[in-house]
Design a protein around this ligand. Structure first.
Ligand SMILES: CC(C)(COP(=O)(O)OP(=O)(O)OC[C@H]1O[C@@H](n2cnc3c(N)ncnc32)[C@H](O)[C@@H]1OP(=O)(O)O)[C@@H](O)C(=O)NCCC(=O)NCCS
Length: 177
């Protein structure tokens, strides 16, 4: 079983942050923006090492999701990647297991936006596809984010959710979900 290190951003040396960014750049074929990286910081990172080489990363950061009139403290999962030549060996599952423990222990809800190719990976772990309309709080008001509806997954915890209801995320630069 993969050994996963779980560390807050504040405790990570610059060299590890650089290695994580490089891993994500490679895993997303250059489609991982500075904003995407920013979204992966400020929370708990799950890291898998092979010797001195970082081969897996995922993080969980805090956001607020408004649902049923409540602003739910949400563990939002970002930056999930395993180096291409190390996939299919359980590392992704180990990273998600570590991140899910953080989410379960600290938040009302887990949420993430899945790349199309990874949706089944999350679904198999019990993440549920959001069925209702999504929105974002923006400086210009509440914005419907219809193009994101199909990519949103949640990990329901103690708070009951209506998966066909509305879900509204907080504001940030870059991709809102
Ligand atoms: C998604 C990703 C992290 C999975 O990592 P991995 O190390 O290959 O995953 P694992 O080997 O732990 O697989 C765990 C289980 O999920 C399944 N699985 C892995 N990737 C899957 C996918 N894309 N779709 C469906 N199932 C998948 C595996 O078959 C395995 O199933 P099993 O337990 O029944 O054997 C990896 O493919 C990756 O880095 N992809 C590129 C970046 C990316 O898309 N990240 C997600 C962005 S939202």
């Amino acid at each position: 079983m993969s050994e996963v290190q779980v560390v807050h951003t504040a405790e990570l040396p610059t060299t590890t942050l650089e290695a994580a960014r490089a891993l994500l750049d490679e895993a997303f074929d250059g489609d991982f923006s500075d904003e995407d990286w920013d979204h992966s910081l400020g929370g708990m990172h799950a890291l898998i090492w092979e010797g001195a080489e970082l081969i897996g990363h995922a993080s969980s950061i805090q956001r607020r999701m408004i649902h049923n009139g409540r602003a739910l403290r949400t563990g939002y999962v970002e930056g999930v990647a395993v180096r291409a030549d190390r996939r299919g060996r359980g590392h992704g599952a180990a990273l998600m297991g570590a991140v899910e423990r953080v989410v379960q222990g600290a938040y009302d809800l887990g949420a993430l936006s899945a790349a199309e190719a990874a949706a089944a990976f999350y679904a198999a772990r019990g993440w549920q596809s959001w069925q209702g309309p999504s929105f974002a709080l923006t400086p210009a008001g509440v914005l419907r984010t219809a193009e994101e509806d199909d990519s949103i997954f949640v990990l329901p915890l103690a708070i009951p959710l209506d998966l066909s209801g509305e879900l509204t995320c907080d504001w940030r630069d870059g991709d809102l979900w």
